[in-house]
Ligand binder design. Structure first.
Ligand code: ARG
Ligand code: ZN
Length: 407
C-alpha cells in the first residue's frame, strides 16, 4: 500500500481535505530509468505513490501537476493509463447511503453493503457478545491516542486447550475494505458456528476489526487517505502502526521522519495501539498458532520476513499454506493473489505486526493479506466490492484454520 505522503490538496471550509482533480494513474515501468522518472516526480511533490508491482506503479497525480507529469512520462516513453480521473468524485461515490432496516428490529446497524463508522462496528461487536453470550465475548484491549477503545471479539466454544487464531484489520486507516472484511468473517463464523467443521469451531478466534480507531474515524471525517494513527510527534501527526512493532524495529522501509507516511515512532511500541496488542497477545494464555492481519490493496498473501529479504526456517510451510489460500480464493471468485515473503514480494519494511508475531511471539502462521483490488480503485474501493472481497478473504482464513488444525 501507498507510502509517500504529503497529499494535502485543498481544504474545504469544514476542514475536510478534498482531492478534486487528483488523478490515479497506472504507470508501466520496464526500466530503471522509468522508475527514476517517477521517483523524481515524487521528490518534486507532483505525485505520490499508492502501490504497484514489478511491472506497474499506481501514482496519484496532483491536479496542478497533471500536465507536467504527462509531459515527463511521454518524454521518457513511459506508458500509463488513467484509472481515476477525479479522485474526489471517486471518493464521493465509493460509499453511497443505503436503505437501512430499522435498528431496533436488528439490534445493530452494521451491513456489508457500505463502509461504516467506528460506532456501528463497535455496536455490532457489542451486539454479538450480547446475542451469543455462550460463544462471543467482547473486550477492550486498550485505548487509542485520542481515547477510543480498541475492541476485540473472542469467539470460542470454551473448551480448554483450543488453539488460538488472531485476526485484525484497520491498522491502516484508509484501507476501509479491511475492517469490513474482518467483520464479515466474524459474522460468518458466528452465524454458521454449529454447521462449520472442527477446524473452524474448535479454535478460539480473537478478532479485532479496527486497530487504529482514531485514524479510521479521521479517514471518514477529514482525510480519506489518512494512513497512520493520530499521535502528535513534534510538528507532524501520526505513526505508522505497522512500523511500530518491536521485531527489528527501525530497519529498512521505516522512516525516522515524523512527517513521513512510514514513520515508525520514537521507539518500538511507542503507540498505545500497538502496545495494547503486545500486552494482549503476550499476556493472554492462548495457544497462538496463526496471526492474520488484513490490509489493502494489491492482492497479496505475505508472510515473514518483512524487515529484510530473508525467510524464516519454516518458510516452506508458510508458502504452501499461502498458496493453498490463494488457490481457494481463485476458486471462490477467480481473483489472483500473489504469495510470498513480504520483503521480497512487496518491499522491505521493518516493524510490521507479522514479523513481530512470528519473530518475537513465535506464532507459526503469520500472514499479512493485502485485499482487493489491483489498482483500479486502490484504497477507494467501492462498497459494492465488500461482499466479493470478504468472501474470498474468508476462503483464505479457512485454509489457514485447516493448517492450524494440522499443527
Ligand atoms: N502494506 C503493508 C505495509 O506497508 C505490508 C506489510 C508487510 N509486512 C511487513 N512486515 N513488511 O505495512
Ligand atoms: Zn496497510
Amino acid at each position: 500500500d501507498g507510502l509517500n505522503g504529503n497529499v494535502t490538496e485543498e481544504e474545504a471550509p469544514q476542514g475536510r481535505i478534498l482531492y478534486k482533480g487528483s488523478q490515479l494513474w497506472k504507470a508501466y515501468i520496464d526500466t530503471a530509468e522509468k522508475i527514476a522518472v517517477l521517483v523524481r516526480l515524487r521528490d518534486q511533490n507532483d505525485i505520490t505513490m499508492w502501490g504497484g508491482n514489478t511491472t506497474s506503479i499506481d501514482i496519484l497525480v496532483k491536479p496542478a501537476s497533471v500536465e507536467k507529469v504527462r509531459t515527463s512520462l511521454n518524454q521518457a516513453n513511459l506508458k500509463y493509463e488513467v484509472m481515476i480521473e477525479d479522485l474526489q468524485k471517486a471518493i464521493d461515490e465509493e460509499n453511497p447511503p443505503e436503505e437501512q432496516e430499522s435498528d431496533d428490529r436488528r439490534g445493530h446497524r452494521l451491513t456489508w453493503q457500505s463502509y461504516h463508522r467506528l460506532e456501528d462496528i463497535h455496536g455490532y461487536l457489542d451486539y454479538m457478545a450480547q446475542t451469543y453470550p455462550d460463544l462471543c465475548s467482547v473486550r477492550t484491549i486498550g485505548n487509542s491516542v485520542q481515547g477510543r477503545p480498541i475492541k476485540l471479539l473472542k469467539i470460542s466454544n470454551g473448551h480448554p486447550g483450543n488453539k488460538a487464531i488472531w485476526i485484525d484489520g484497520g491498522i491502516h486507516a484508509r484501507e476501509w475494505i479491511s475492517p469490513a472484511t474482518v467483520t464479515y468473517i466474524i459474522n460468518h463464523i458466528v452465524l454458521n458456528y454449529e454447521s462449520e467443521p472442527r477446524y473452524m469451531n474448535g479454535v478460539d478466534w480473537y478478532i479485532a476489526p479496527v486497530l487504529n480507531p482514531d485514524g479510521y474515524e479521521y479517514s471518514h471525517t477529514t482525510d480519506r487517505l489518512w494512513r497512520k494513527n493520530r499521535g502528535r510527534s513534534g510538528y507532524c501527526t501520526g505513526t505508522d502502526l505497522n512500523r511500530n512493532f518491536g521485531y527489528k524495529w527501525g530497519g529498512q522501509g521505516a522512516s525516522k521522519n515524523p512527517c513521513a507516511e512510514t514513520y515508525g515512532g520514537s521507539r518500538a511500541f511507542s503507540e498505545p495501539e500497538t502496545a495494547a496488542i503486545q500486552r494482549f497477545i503476550t499476556g493472554t494464555r492462548a495457544q497462538w498458532k496463526a496471526y492474520i492481519s488484513f490490509h489493502s490493496y494489491g492482492q497479496y498473501i505475505l508472510y515473514p520476513w518483512g524487515y529484510n529479504r530473508v525467510v524464516p526456517p519454516d518458510h516452506k510451510d508458510l508458502e504452501t499454506v499461502g498458496r493453498q489460500a490463494a488457490a481457494a480464493i481463485r476458486s471462490v471468485s477467480g481473483s489472483s493473489y500473489r504469495v510470498g515473503p513480504a520483503a521480497n514480494t512487496l518491499y522491505p519494511a521493518a516493524g510490521g505486526s507479522d514479523d513481530w508475531a512470528k519473530g518475537t511471539v513465535g506464532i507459526k502462521y503469520a500472514y499479512t493479506i493485502e485485499l482487493r483490488d489491483n489498482g483500479r480503485y486502490g484504497f477507494v474501493l467501492p462498497a459494492s466490492y465488500i461482499d466479493p472481497s470478504a468472501k474470498e478473504a474468508l476462503a483464505a482464513v479457512r485454509v489457514i484454520a485447516q493448517a492450524v488444525e494440522r499443527i
